[in-house]
Design a protein around this ligand. Sequence first.
Ligand code: SAM
Length: 112
Amino acid sequence: MSGRAEGTSMTDGGSSIPEVQALLRVLASGRTAAEAGTAFGKGAQAIAGTASSLVTVELDAERAAIARTALVDHANVEVIVGDWREELSPRGPFAQVPLLSLVAVRFSRENE
Ligand SMILES: C[S@@+](CC[C@H](N)C(=O)[O-])C[C@H]1O[C@@H](n2cnc3c(N)ncnc32)[C@H](O)[C@@H]1O
């Protein structure tokens, strides 16, 4: 896989576990959501199922391509290849929801 960021604190793991995906569905419900680290799109599928929209950013172009295929039926999702630290901030502000160390998800304040 390519695109690994030097000094990133994010994990190189593949997908969030089903229990985390279930929590993401609840937290994202009706929200404008953003995800840092798409990986293969498993968490994004969960978020997109209940969020009004989702922008998700993945550093690794190969993973992002797989995620785009997995998310093809979710018209409310935008998958971006890049560094979430650069790509998400212009789309904010977001209220950060720390969720374990495996998944970072941010939700827009606009619906609060
Ligand atoms: C634990 S996986 C994400 C799991 C995914 N959120 C899910 O729920 O299935 C972490 C991902 O973050 C990506 N990543 C690491 N640093 C990143 C960065 N600075 N910007 C975007 N993606 C990054 C890695 O390539 C990896 O695919």
